[in-house]
Structures are given as C-alpha cells and as structure tokens.
Design a protein around this ligand. Sequence first.
Ligand SMILES: [Zn+2]
Length: 627
Amino acid sequence: MNEILKEVLKYIPDKSKICDSGFEGANIVLYTEDKEFFLGSNGLIKEIVDNIKKRVEIRMSPSKTLDQEETEKEIEKIAPKEAGKPHVIFDPQRSIVIIEAEKPGLIIGKAGELLKEIKKRTSWSPLVKRTPIIRSTIIEKIRQVLYENNDYRKKFLNKVGRRIYDGWVREKKNEWIKASFLGGARQVGRSCILLQTQESRILLDCGIDIASEKEPFPFLDAPEFNLNELDAIIVTHSHLDHCGLVPYLYKLGYKGPVYMTLPTRDISSLLALDYISVAQKEGNKTLYTSKDVKEMVKHCIPLGYEEVTDITPDVRLTFYNAGHTLGSAMCHLHIGNGLHNLLYTGDMNYELSNLLAPASTKFPRLETAIIESTYGGKDDIPPPREECEQELMRIVNETINKKGKVLLPVLGVGRSQEIMLILEKAMRNKLIPEVPIYIHGMVWDVTAIHTTYPDFFNNNMKKQIFHHDQNPFLSNIFKRVGSKKEMEEVINGGPCVILATSGMMVAGPSVEYFKEFASNNRNSLVLTCYQGPGTLGRRLENQEKEIRINNTETISVKMDVYAIKGFSGHSSRTQLMNFVKRLNPKPKKIIIMHGESSKCLDLASSIHKLARIETNAPKNLEAIRIR
Ligand SMILES: [Zn+2]
C-alpha cells in the first residue's frame, strides 16, 4: 500500500470498518461500512488534515447506501420548498449524490445542517451544484459528460493521486527549475510555457494566436517538449490565446489532468466549440473536434481560489484571483517542498471592475513572477474607468438620437459582461435611452455561465445578488440573438446596442454586423478590447476607411469608429507597476511576457529601474533557468 495511505490509516480506529481507499487527485477518500464512523468522524478528519496537510474524506461503502429511489424521496422531503424541485443524480461508485438546485444555499442549510440530515438518512455524501438561472446548454452537456463517465473519472482521479503520492520516478540529482517559452513571449497570443522541475513536466496554458495565419500555435515541436512525459496542464483562464489548443493535446494522446477553475472549464469548452463551428463556417479545417473538447472536460480537475493542491510529487498548485475574466486565475507553484515559489499571472487586471475583484498581490512565499504586459508600454495609460463609461454613454446617446445602431465587438467572456453591467446600470438610471441591448449567441451563453458561478464575482455584486436578489444579468433589456432570422430582424430593426464576437473582428457575427452597418453614418462601432496587429479591428482602430475583406469585397467605412481603452480586462501600465510594487513578498526575479516586443522590453527596464528587481523578457523558444 501507498505510504500516504498507510499514514492516514494510522489515525483511524480499528473498529471503523474501512473497506476501501483511494485517491481523487490529491484528495484521499476512505470508504467505511460503519455508519456511526461515517457520520461522526469530522473531528478525527480535522486532526488528520492538520497533521498531514492532505484533504481526507470519509464516505459510506457503496454497498451500504440507501436505495436510489428512496434517497431521492428523502432529499425531496428535506429540501425546503423555496429551493425549487432539486435535480438528483447519483455517482454510485463514489457514494456521491449530486443535487442541482437554483438556490443551493437553501439545500445546504444553516452551517450545513440539511446536508448532515441527508447524510444521516441516506448514507450518501451530498454534493450541491447551482442550476444556472439563465439556461445553459453547455453546462448541461458538460455535467452530462461527467455523469456518463463516472467510472472512468474514478479510475482517472485515482491514477492522478498515485502519480502524486507514489514517489519520484526521476533521478534526484541537481536542484534546478527551468521555464521554456513555447509561445506568448514578446507577443500577445498562443501563450504556452513548459515548466520543468527535477521531477515534473508541467504546461502553463496552451493557446492559439487567432490573429495569426502564419504562426497560430505554440512551438510544441521544441525539443524539450514531450507530450508523453507531461504530468499536468494548468489553464489560467478561458480566452483562446491561453486555452485554445488544450483539446488538441488530448487528440494527440495526452491522458493526464488539466487544472482550472469551474468557470474556466465551462467557458473554455464553449469557446473551443465555437472556434470549431466558426472555422467550419468559413470552410477552414480545425485541428480538433468536439470529441477532443469532451476529452478535456473528462480530464479536468477543477480548483477554487486559494485551494492548495499537490499536482505532482514536487509541485503544489494554488490559484489566486486574477481579476481578468470570470474564474481567471494566477497560478502559484510551490516547488520542491519550499525550494522555490513561482507565480504565473496569466492575464490579470489590478483594478476593481464592476464584476470582479482586483488581482491578488499577497502570497505565502514568492521568488519569481512571470507577468503579462499587454498594456505594459510607457504610453499605455488609458483614461480612468469613469471617463470611459461616460464616453460610452455619450456615444450610445448620440447614435440612438441619430436613430443609428451601436456595434460593440467583444470577446465572449470578460469585458462583454462588464459592459452589460455598465449599460444595465446606465439604463436603469435613465442615463441612456431605453433601447434593446442585443446579446449575440456566444456572449449570451457565456453570460448564462456567469449566473452559475456568482461566488466568483466581487463583493459588491455578490451582495447585490444574494442580499438584494437583484441580478443585473437577468434584466429584460437584454435580448438574446441566436438564429439567422433573429439576426436579420436586428439588422433591419430600429436603434439598438449589439454585443457580438469576435472582439478583434477576425470572424464571426461582429464582422457580419459590421458589413451591414459600415456604410451608414448614423451607426457607431466601439472597440473595447485589445486589437491584434493585422486584424480587421486594428485596421479600423487605425481609422482605415476602405477595407478589403477576403480579397472579394471592399467596404467603405462611413460609420463612426471609436476605441475605448479603459474597459480592458488587462492592467494598464500604471496598474502593472503598482501590482509589482505591492507584490508581497517582493520577488527576486520578474519575467515579462504576453505583450508586443517593445512593451515587454520597456516594462522590464522600468521595473528593474524602479523596483530594483532582476527582470527578463524572453523570446519564444528561449528558456530561463529559474533556479
Ligand atoms: Zn485573456
């Protein structure tokens, strides 16, 4: 038997009838046939967790749980009426009963008392999940994939645990840590870092540069990268330039875990499926199919913020809020039992937005930080958020008064929801006229996912939703546009505001709307996110007026084109510098990536000068020895 299990079992009294044990990732699960022990072991578990610093859970042996039909009846009896009829699903091999409800808090009860009651009456271990208030077919599909693969998941999670606890497989020689930049260095797009420690091979993000036709993918052919040796993938957030190529790794045969937050899992799956369907519509071949997205979901181990988890024998992962998109995370890696502590920020926003809290700056330990620099250039000082909000109001007012339409190309996730909140508030306060706000397809689906995970919102939003029962995403000013016919109605209809992807106008509905609206000077286009070099969005941002699309048609742009920089989900130059200043503890080395070359270099030299920290701005295919 495995050492760690032996150690855990030392704490367990003989009469507790443990009949089985196993891992679920880094968590240890023991199955008992003794109901008293199952119900009364909380104190003992706490003692074990305090002593060996691993999460341990006791469940009833599957052979001793109550019949499923009876259990469902008991749960219905216990659940309060206001919680709505709960949807009950069983994971019999793990003795888990999943209860989906619109108000999970009511099922859990004060201090979890109703859950205790469910355990007592049924011997199942209840797990409560929130039903999205706006229906989300992607979440339904993802949950379905997981439920259908319960058996596989149990084996897979046990295998991950064995890799973590069964000890080293590589020679313990020198203590070194190395990061190879396979993509996203001195560029925005295709982020991908291979982290090698003595024992582990970990990929931090694996994205696609959707703005580039020539070099869209990271350098997976670099000699140091070997898919068969990969222990884990960590995904910071759901934008395609960070997660877009992960399903492809599964297609190539990777069978290991991918760590991300729950919102990132759901939104990245949605975006990957959308990426496939947009490519197919344009007649392009995609690298992977929905089958591979499913594989990613099957192998996903979701983690919450500040949940400390071993992922290999010598690496411990903790996610921290990054403030960039719903569920976006900075990853903190505690390597070699204290040998070194590395922070990789992914994309981050060090600013309180309407939706999210600012990125965290406090860590237990920190020696090296890898940070983004999208707006790290000297001149990347956008006007304050309030000014930007006012400018948006002004554009909306002027355009609507002219009986025109406002088109906002947005990334499906991130600023689109931020802008929805700004518009909803303005309309509620009568600062802009009441016109429909159309939310096109994917943006709507991502918003639905937002209603599933309100725990990831900032405190103001949580208060508004939980204490005042006021969820701005449910406002009836937002209208969903799904079908071709609905889109035509919007195009031929009256004044309105439209949010549609893609944000850089590479393809998708934002381009289709643009083609319809461009020639009319009553309409307005408002760009709010980063525009990659060469994209249609960047050309419009540069005020080009004659646009050739696909070498087939030329569009004369008569509509007003605005770029509002302050809504970005990325930190401005000032915020980046403040973030570095406030990092606690102060790191010894900062590596800068995810920015155009000049911005990476500029930020590197400024941080070096002002904060007296060693900095580095590697290029793609370069590697840095971190320790
Ligand atoms: Zn991003």
